[in-house]
Design a protein around this ligand. Structure first.
Ligand SMILES: [Zn+2]
Length: 429
């Protein structure tokens, strides 16, 4: 028999080991993993390369619709493929926000131009707290911004959050920053113009207070089965609170992003509002604590929080520039950087970037290299570097990358359902 594709002699990485094997693909699935050679229509020489399950991102903003000037499903998923992502989950703070079935279906229609798999969240807001379940069969979960106005102008009060918790049937992803803490800090620092003031007006306490408040209520109501996921955690204290609740039997999880793991607030001196995001970058000692908590967590999850904006908007002053950065292009860049600079085992990358996110999203057919699983794969050698310049990026927000001028490991191949999307760092379809 002749297979569709063979990936020969790579270091195949799974959640606990790395072994040299060849992988054979047929009809978009992995059908043989072997040390022997078989015939195939197409061959990839993966020797000296890591072969991982395609990255799965549970937190992206692909814009489109009224904000397609910033990004659309085509450009955003091309960026994803460049970064080694084969599945991404799109957040619902579109313009307008995805708060009902009709808007969700329209959004899914726009997503047909995507080149990798896109999953969808529905928003829970103060306005749809009694009806959000109507989107359940089309989504992988819900997203809410607790007690805080966000991009897209959607917010959920603590009171309505607790109402929603009782009717949840799917994972609820929460952005946690306490409004009262932010408002009082804003008043205190309102005259400051240095971009780093953004870090002062959204202090670590804002996140920790909000996470504690949610957990306190979850625990007091005894909701052990309700799955609450705390996204883009930027402090060790907040991560510790989630881990403790998990230890006591609550179904709670957390993720962090590359920006909190690799960058600190001093980087704002250099890149200004380009690296403005919510929550903001933290001091170096907080970054280090978080990175260690991430590495030692039994269930590490990385999300990119890809949040593109136009360059002209990002160049506004600190008080007016929008928050968020384009991150999807950098999946392999970041994974290589973590392996190389922090001496992290490649299996950890598979857990944090592929296996655990796919488990959270309920996708059992991916996130691991095994027989019968989807042939969604990313191949790279962390030592083969590229210089990050806007021209090589696929996002529409290419000028706003936080990693411009960095030298980082490059994607050799991204394979989606057995088809090669990326070769030598470039999209080839
Ligand atoms: Zn986000």
């Amino acid at each position: 028999m002749t297979f569709d594709l063979s990936i020969l002699d790579g270091f195949v990485v799974n959640t606990s080991d790395v072994k040299k094997y060849s992988i054979y693909v047929d009809n978009g699935r992995i059908v043989k993993i072997s040390k022997s050679r078989y015939k195939a229509e197409k061959k990839i020489d993966a020797s000296d390369h890591l072969v991982m399950p395609g990255f799965v991102d549970l937190h992206v903003h692909l814009r489109d619709g009224e904000e397609k000037r910033k990004e659309d499903f085509y450009s955003g998923t091309r960026a994803a493929a460049r970064g080694g992502y084969t599945t991404v989950a799109d957040m619902p703070n579109h313009a307008p926000a995805i708060t009902n079935r009709k808007l969700l279906i329209e959004n899914m229609e726009r997503a047909k131009k995507a080149i990798v798999d896109v999953k969808f969240y529905g928003a829970i807001t103060d306005d749809n707290v009694n009806t959000f379940n109507e989107m359940d069969d089309l989504t992988i979960g819900h997203k809410a911004y607790v007690d805080a106005p966000s991009t897209g102008g959607i917010s959920l009060s603590y009171e309505n959050l607790f109402k929603a918790l009782f009717s949840l049937r799917k994972m609820l992803v929460l952005h946690c920053e306490d409004k009262a803490t932010i408002e009082s800090a804003k008043e205190k620092y309102k005259e400051e113009v240095d971009p780093r003031v953004h870090c002062k007006i959204r202090p670590p306490d804002a996140e920790v207070t909000s996470v504690r408040e949610v957990l306190k209520n979850l625990i007091s109501c005894g909701l052990t089965d309700t799955h609450v996921h705390f996204t883009h955690i930027s402090t060790y204290q907040a991560a510790k609170c989630v881990r403790k609740a998990k230890m006591y039997g609550f179904n709670v999880t957390w993720d962090s992003t590359s920006h909190y793991l690799l960058l600190n607030e001093d980087y704002m001196k250099q890149r200004g509002t380009i690296v403005k995001m919510n929550p903001p970058l933290r001091k170096e000692e907080i970054r280090k604590e978080l990175f260690n908590a991430f590495l030692s967590d039994p269930f590490p999850v990385h999300g990119s929080d890809h949040a593109p904006h136009e360059t002209s908007e990002k160049q506004k002053d600190m008080w007016h520039a929008p928050s968020g950065m384009p991150m999807l292009d950098h999946g392999v860049n970041v994974a290589s950087h973590i392996i190389e600079q922090y001496n992290v085992h490649p299996s950890f990358i598979v857990k944090a970037f592929s296996y655990n996110p796919s488990r959270l999203l309920g996708l059992k057919d991916r996130g691991i290299i095994a027989l019968g699983r989807l042939a969604d794969l990313v191949i790279f050698n962390p030592e083969t570097k590229e210089k990050i310049v806007p021209e090589i990026l696929e996002t529409k927000a290419r000028e706003c990358s936080p990693f411009l001028d960095w030298e980082m490991g490059k994607t050799a191949y991204t394979i989606y359902r057995g088809n090669i999307l990326v070769e030598d760092g470039k999209i080839i379809i």
